[in-house]
Design a protein around this ligand. Sequence first.
Ligand code: GUN
Length: 312
Amino acid sequence: MQVAQVLDGIAIASEIKAEVALEVARLNERGVVPGLAVILVGDVAASQIYVRSKVKTCGELGIFSEMITPAEAITTEEMLKLIENLNAREDIDGILIQLPLPAHVDTKRLLEAVSPEKDVDGFHPVNVGRLQSGQPALAPCTPAGIIEILKRSGIAIAGKNAVVVGRSDIVGKPAAMMLLNASATVTVCHSRTVDLPKVTREADILVAAIGRPGFITPEMVKPGATLIDVGINRITDAAEFERFFSGDAKREELFAKRGSTVIGDIDPAAFAVSGAYTPVPGGVGALTIAMLMKNTLTAAKARRAAAAVAGA
Ligand code: GUN
C-alpha cells in the first residue's frame, strides 16, 4: 500500500502569509495600511492565546491591528456601540469578535451588527447568503483554509464525494457550501445521521469537524481517501493517550513532559488507510490565521475600490 501524503498546513499557511505580505507591502507603498480590530471579552485562556497570535501575525505582515478587551461584564448595548464605532472607522477594514462570548450577551445580534464589508470572519448573514449564492464573499477562515489545502496540494474537488461530519455554523455548514461551490458531491452528517460509517466510507474527501477526540476510526474511511481533520482536542487521560498514540515515541515524550497532548477528530490509525491527511497539530489549524489575514486584505482592497468608485 502507498504511504499517505501528509498535508502540511504550516507550509501552506506560510505560503499564503507570504503572498498576503507582498500585497500588503504594495498597498503600504501607496500609503494604505489594512487594519484589523479584534474584540476579546473577558479572560478565556484559549481565546487569549488565539487573539495574541492573530495580532502578532498582523504585525508580521504589515497589517495594523488593534485589540479591544472589554471586561466580562460588558453588556450587549455597550458592545453594539463599540462595533458601531469600529464600523465607522476609516482605518479599520476588518472586525473580529472572538467567540465564545459570555452567555449574558446576545452573540447573534452582535455578529449581525458588524458591517458585512468588514466581517472578516464571514459570520454575518449577508456573507453567509453571498457564499451560498456563489457571489464573492468574505468566507469563514477555517473552511476557506480547507479549500486552500486541497487546491494547493493538487487534490481534485470537482466530481468527488465530499462528506462533512459536523454541521456547525463556523465550520461544517460553510465547509459543505464551499465544497459544493467547487463542484463536489456533498453530504453533511451529524449526531442524528443513521449508519455514519456507511456514509463516511463513500467519501473521497472526508472532513471531520465534530470536536470529539479520534472519533473517525479506520473502518469509517475509504482506502485512499483524503482526510481533513478540523478537531483540536486536548487529552490528558493516560489510557486514552495509549489508545491513540501507543508506540509514537515523540508523542510519548511530550505527553510525559506536559501531561497532555492535542488530538484531532480522526483516530491517527486511520491515516494509514488514507491517501492524504492533515495532521493535528500542523494541519487545518495552521491555516485559520493565514485566511484571516487574507480576508483582511480582501476587505481592505474591496472597501478602497468601493470608495474610489463612490468618489469618481
Ligand atoms: N473562536 C473559535 N474559532 C473562531 C473563529 O474562527 N472566529 C472567531 N471569531 N472566534 C472563534
